[in-house]
Design a protein around this ligand. Structure first.
Ligand SMILES: [Zn+2]
Length: 285
């Protein structure tokens, strides 16, 4: 499957990623509408990772230009009070634009966004909160297909046909879920195997080095060395790194990526979303 991805992600300022073939948006930061123009109408499902303002600042205009009967859907972590407030404000501010469906989600929940395509939410540790609370989420996109079970693979066609007629197609097939795309949201690297097997991972890499002066800030985000360590432990096929701090230039980022690819002997395609720049790529997964 080809995924046309357009996005912007600079720490503190704005983050959004649009996946055209899936009608999918991850986060709704400022500049979303100015970057996508008419293409924004293709967004049917928007998943907002958390309530930091750089991840939702573009939603007012998104709603104003795109709300239609029963669409788009905006999903948000259940325990973020900001989103119900936004919904109420949008209703008052743009009463002519009813239609957007605001829906809270929790870790572990799956949302079907297209036939055979689901998005599943996972808690991350960006916003400290009690276990069981949902304030910051990551997302995995799965493509589901039914495949013939192992024991029926070598069965003659006539026999197989009889079984399907008698017992149904479900009996001879099993569901296979392929994790085609994942999005970290804002998060520290909290689990080296969290992204195991994803074909394309969009992960934040806010810092190129550990922040000795502000450990509390660094703890809520990823340091790029830790992201590479995680990638070297996981079978991730391709990665997009974003959410870099604006203190870094694109050449500093490229240099660090080269160093770390060598350090961790990592040989997968790595794309970077540079500070202040819109990213656009068609990527096969
Ligand atoms: Zn952020």
């Amino acid at each position: 499957m080809n995924l046309s991805i357009k996005g912007y992600s600079t720490a503190l300022f704005a983050t959004w990623y649009f996946v055209e073939e899936l009608g999918l948006l991850f986060d709704g930061g400022d500049g979303l509408m100015a970057g996508l123009l008419q293409k924004s109408r293709k967004i049917n499902h928007a998943f907002i990772s958390h309530a930091d303002r750089d991840h939702l600042g573009g939603l007012l205009q998104f709603n104003q230009l795109n709300a239609r009967d029963g669409a788009p859907f905006i999903y948000y972590p259940k325990d973020c009070g900001s989103f119900p407030n936004l919904e109420r404000f949008f209703e008052k501010f743009d009463p002519h634009m009813a239609g957007t469906v605001w829906q809270s989600i929790v870790s572990g929940e799956e949302i079907e966004i297209k036939d055979n395509i689901v998005v599943k939410a996972f808690r991350n540790e960006h916003v400290p909160c009690a276990s069981g609370m949902n304030k910051s989420l990551s997302f995995k996109v799965y493509e589901k297909k039914r495949k013939l079970k192992q024991e029926f693979l070598s069965m003659p066609k006539n026999e197989l046909k009889d079984i399907i007629v008698n017992k149904g197609r479900e009996f001879v097939t099993e569901e296979i879920a392929t994790n085609i795309l994942s999005y970290s949201g804002d998060t520290p690297v909290d689990d080296l195997s969290k992204w195991e097997g994803t074909k394309l991972l969009i992960h934040e890499a806010t810092f190129l080095e550990k922040l000795e002066k502000h450990p509390e800030r660094a703890n809520r985000h990823s340091v790029i060395d830790e992201v590479f360590e995680m990638l070297s432990h996981s079978k991730v096929e391709k990665v997009i790194l974003g959410h870099f701090s604006s203190r870094y230039s694109s050449s500093e980022i490229d240099k660090k990526v080269r160093e770390l690819s060598e350090k961790y002997a990592l040989d997968i395609p790595i794309y970077c979303v540079y500070p202040g720049e819109i990213f656009q790529q068609k990527i096969t997964v």
